[in-house]
Ligand binder design. Structure first.
Ligand SMILES: [Zn+2]
Length: 153
């Protein structure tokens, strides 16, 4: 059992790189918690916008946390040393790439998301009205998509 904290709206930034790297979009899984983190009492402990909480049975926190990984770039030439691995000012190993000559950057803050538009209407309504839903991994996993490939979880 795991609790998925999911962004319900798009955050945006005027810089497209920062927008992709740093702004959670609707359906992004922001964090995953142990089941005990929320008791399901929405009167005493309402879920605050812009998030929704989904309690999922049949999945462990460790399994679910795999969907928190960002989308990382392929190796890119290090901009500090120009891909040499040597620091141009210090005449030593480049501190940015640690001598590897290439760097990997975060492109999107999450590689996977919940395909919100594809969710059944009843689920979307519950998320809108209650900001909370209980389901099973068997029912949810088909909506957990790799944004790059479209593959399901
Ligand atoms: Zn470098």
């Amino acid at each position: 059992m795991a609790l998925f904290l999911i962004k319900a709206t798009d955050a945006t930034h005027a810089d497209p790189v920062k927008d992709a790297r740093g702004c959670y979009k609707r359906g992004d899984i922001v964090d995953v918690y142990e089941d005990s983190r929320h008791d399901g009492d929405l009167i005493a402990n309402p879920i605050a916008a812009p998030f929704v909480l989904v309690r999922v049975s049949g999945v462990t926190v460790a399994q679910a946390r795999a969907f928190l990984d960002p989308h990382r770039s392929d190796p890119l030439p290090c901009p500090r040393c120009g891909g040499t691995g040597l620091d141009p000012q210090l005449a030593g190993t480049c501190r940015r790439c640690e001598g590897r000559a290439s760097i990997i950057v975060i492109v999107w803050c999450r590689l996977h998301h919940i395909d919100w538009d594809a969710l059944p209407t009843a689920v979307k309504n519950a998320l809108r009205d209650d900001r909370y839903y209980e389901t099973t991994w068997a029912a949810l996993r088909q909506y957990v998509k790799n944004k790059l490939t479209g593959d399901g979880a």
